[in-house]
Design a protein around this ligand. Structure first.
Ligand code: PMV
Length: 307
């Protein structure tokens, strides 16, 4: 029997990270240049119920039962079984590969969950719809981040630009004119859960200040939505710069992120900001299409490990 595969893109948050956890809107787009892919093979010789995880990129090859019960891969598989009301799986191997950098704000964890849900449910002959796939990926994130907004799993599952408010059905974000972004990776791994919980700690100790910051970020997200849907893409540049400044105030930037953001602007980017949780991971720069190579060079000279 041939392998059944499922895949999912990476993502970037254009505007509104962190504020989105507190009910403000965020804008996010899929990044199809990077993908997580899961192939499921039958293992006829193996014992019924035996599920092998083979993830060569992270050096993991093991039986699913040997992983902790709260491991994201275990939760994704259990999520599929629950949705399909199965108590046991046929013996199989899940081969997981991904070109999405890990712990870098590009949604690698959610993309793997989505790819598992798609591949495994198809392998079982009952492909889950996007709504169910999205629920599974959200539940995995909840077990790991505590309070995820749901923006990552949503943009990755539906693979389209979204205007997202926590707890509400997402809205599609029609893009009137295409625009070009360069993504720069600091190479610094950053665990979303740690950054999100530090922001929560600060918000609890000074709610007025953080509520005001999130309101200002929300304003930028709404303005950016208008520009993307109706306007002139270069107008996003100043909004990105303003969002980055507010993320610095929120305490989630880092020296490496600021260095890349500054380098992109100095090389002529129209705007730049960190994207995702911060403290590391990636930043984005809005560029004129013809100047992308120059910005890429500037980011590499400023220490980006890839772009
Ligand atoms: O670091 P990422 O890409 O997982 O982004 C997290 C985005 C936050 O707004 C910081 C958290 C969330 O759940 O929305």
């Amino acid at each position: 029997m041939p392998a059944i595969t499922g895949s999912a893109p990476g993502k970037i948050i254009l505007f509104g990270e962190h504020a989105v956890v507190y009910g403000r809107p965020a804008l996010a787009v899929p990044v199809n240049q990077v993908q997580a892919k899961v192939s499921v093979f039958a293992a006829p010789g193996a014992e019924p119920g035996q599920v092998i995880i083979d993830a060569p990129g992270i050096g993991l090859k093991t039986g699913l039962e040997r992983l902790p019960q709260d491991h994201p891969l275990v939760l994704a598989v259990l999520g599929v079984m629950n949705h399909l009301s199965l108590s046991r799986l046929p013996a199989c191997t899940l081969r997981i590969t991904s070109t999405i950098p890990i712990a870098a704000g590009l949604g690698s964890g959610a993309a793997v969950s989505v790819a598992i849900a798609r591949a495994l449910s198809s392998f079982l002959g009952k492909p889950l719809n996007d709504e169910n796939v999205n629920e599974i990926a959200f539940a995995v994130d909840q077990a790991h981040h505590g309070t995820p907004s749901g923006v990552d799993n949503t943009v990755i599952t539906y693979n389209q630009p979204v205007y997202f408010v926590r707890g509400q059905p997402f809205e599609r974000l029609p893009v009137k004119y295409p625009f070009t972004l360069v993504i720069g990776n600091t190479g610094v791994h950053s665990a979303t859960a740690a950054v999100v919980s530090e922001v929560r700690r600060r918000w609890q100790s000074d709610p007025n200040r953080y509520e005001a910051l999130f309101d200002r970020i929300a304003d930028l997200s709404r303005q950016a939505r208008q520009v993307i849907e109706q306007g002139h893409p270069p107008d996003l540049g100043p909004l990105m710069n303003a969002n980055h400044a507010l993320l610095i105030e929120t305490g989630v930037s880092s020296a490496e992120l600021d260095r890349l953001v500054d380098a992109a602007r100095a090389a002529g980017a129209l705007g730049a900001k960190l994207c995702g949780a911060g403290w590391g991971g990636n930043m984005i720069a809005l560029v004129e299409p013809g100047s992308a190579d120059r910005i890429v060079d500037a980011l590499k000279n400023a220490g980006a490990v890839n772009t």
